[in-house]
Design a binder for this molecule. Structure first.
Ligand code: F6P
Length: 484
């Protein structure tokens, strides 16, 4: 069987290089061991003339990574435009931040079509396609248009919000109808699945039976597959990294103070400002913790061409400066803010050194940082995870201190509780979380999805064309609006 995995961001890391993004970091080991072919965009400026070519094919363990060049102007409308200024805010319930236009939507549809075409060269009769994330909602309809009858699955790494939020998304009906060309759609949580099913029932008048929705173009099954991590590998990495100079330097500069750690892309969904305010509150209300605690926040720059992300970068830097200015002493700084990415090996060592892992996402599909923090702990003296209830991870890791990230006092109190938690309680909570992580690992996520996909029929699907959308802005929009 040949598995073809598709995601916007791919990675073929050399040695210890940082891998950007939770999705790519999770797929690297899965592709290495499964032998899948992993296809994504090259993210390098490409001219229109080169657009149909494979930019590169590189081996990755037993598998391979194929990158496809996308002309720059289309990539920007697709990535900064429709994907990250319409879909991302909508899926993270920030309808106030939706900012897009029909040009962006056209680019989005074109890039889906453009990545679909070279996939034909990789397919075989026994192939299966697994498409990842909100960048490629219409990929299956493009593949069906090209005659692909093999099973095509899709996995939502983001949340899928309630119907009234999706209604704010331009072109929502076309997009969701196009998704019915997938045989299997996977979600992180039951709530995400329920929201999607509710949309199908209420907006498209479909009736599902045991989460299978059948239209005249075939059947689509919805199922929940919470993504995991390679627990043993990450735990071993943490032991190794803890003895490396970088982690040793971190521990020695703490001078006996306890460490709280946060690691995120600088994204409004991560609740960074709330987190910093909660830490500020802690220092104001509990002066006994001054000099006795340090907060290390790693903020990986993200989507810097989008104004709302640049604005957030400035706000985070300014709030860190403000808090440090008010609380620092000549020989102590409360917040160390590192505005760059680190390799997973380095992060594993930092997590192990930290007494508290702090995750305050306002909305997050899963949040693998929470899982990695737990896996990296010393079993005899584990740290405590303070975890937002609005993450997929909180549905599984209920032995964490689960918080409402909008409740600044509550988060601050939870961090104080975590800092003072007795070893016995820390061990009990950690044991419970490790058991959950081991029973829902990355391997299981991958093989569970793939075996469910393999059960889907390989039958020709009827073409199905929803209403043509808005007035064409460019001639090529006409051919794109018809979704088979
Ligand atoms: O679905 C979320 C996700 O794909 C994550 O896996 C990842 O952290 C992030 O989005 C990557 O975003 P980008 O590719 O825009 O940096």
């Amino acid at each position: 069987m040949r598995l073809i995995v598709v995601s916007n961001r791919v990675a073929c890391p050399k040695g210890d290089e940082p891998v950007e993004g939770g999705l790519a970091a999770a797929l690297v080991p899965a592709v290495r061991t499964s032998g899948a072919i992993w296809v994504g965009s090259s993210r390098k400026p490409t001219s229109a003339a080169e657009k149909e070519g494979f930019a590169q094919m590189e081996p990755l363990g037993r598998g391979a990574v194929v990158t496809i060049g996308i002309p720059s102007e289309q990539f920007s409308g697709f990535y900064e435009g429709f994907a990250n200024s319409a879909l991302w805010p909508a899926f993270h319930s920030r309808t106030d931040l939706i900012s897009t236009n029909v040009e962006h939507y056209v680019s989005y549809r074109e890039v889906n079509a453009l990545i679909a075409r070279p996939l034909l060269r990789l397919t075989r009769p026994d192939a299966m396609f697994w498409v990842h994330d909100y960048h490629f909602l219409t990929m299956a309809s493009e593949l069906r248009k090209l005659g692909i009858v093999q099973p095509i699955g899709f996995f939502f790494h983001t949340p899928f919000p309630s119907r009234d939020i999706i209604l704010s998304l331009p072109h929502h009906s076309e997009l969701i109808q196009a998704m019915l060309n997938y045989d299997l759609i996977g979600f992180q949580t039951d709530a995400d699945l329920e929201n999607f099913a509710d949309y199908l029932r209420q907006e498209l008048n479909l009736t599902g039976n045991a989460n299978v929705f059948t239209t005249n173009q075939g059947s689509t099954r919805l199922a929940c597959f919470p993504i995991g991590i390679d627990v043993e590998q990450f735990a071993e990495q943490a032991v190794t990294s803890a003895s490396q100079p970088e982690a040793a330097r971190l521990r020695s500069c703490l001078q006996g103070s306890k460490l709280v750690i946060g690691v995120d892309r600088v994204d409004y969904s991560k609740g960074l400002l709330n987190r910093l305010r909660a830490f500020d509150q802690l220092l104001q209300c509990h002066p006994e913790w001054k000099r006795a605690v340090t907060f290390l926040q790693i903020g990986v720059p993200s989507r810097g061409k989008i104004p709302v992300y640049r604005q957030l970068q400035r706000e985070v830097a300014s709030l860190v400066g403000d808090i440090n200015g008010r609380h620092s002493e000549v020989d102590w700084i409360p917040i160390r803010y590192l505005n760059r990415g680190f390799s997973r090996a380095s992060l594993a060592g930092f997590y192990r050194a930290a007494h508290v892992g702090l995750v305050t996402s306002l909305n997050d599909g899963m949040n693998l940082v929470a899982k990695e923090y737990v896996a990296a702990q010393n079993p005899l003296d584990p740290g405590v995870l303070v975890l937002s209830r609005f993450t997929g991870a909180a549905k599984q890791l209920d032995a964490a201190l689960v918080v409402n990230p909008h409740d600044i006092d509550g988060v601050s109190r939870a961090v104080v509780q975590a800092l003072g938690m007795p070893a016995k309680e820390r061990r009990e909570r950690w044991d419970a979380m490790m058991e959950t992580l081991k029973s829902s690992s990355l391997d299981m996520w991958f093989s569970d999805f793939v075996s469910n996909l393999a059960e889907c029929p390989r039958a020709e699907r009827c073409a199905w064309t929803p209403d043509v959308a808005s007035t064409p802005v460019r001639s090529r929009q006409l051919e794109l609006t018809a979704i088979p």
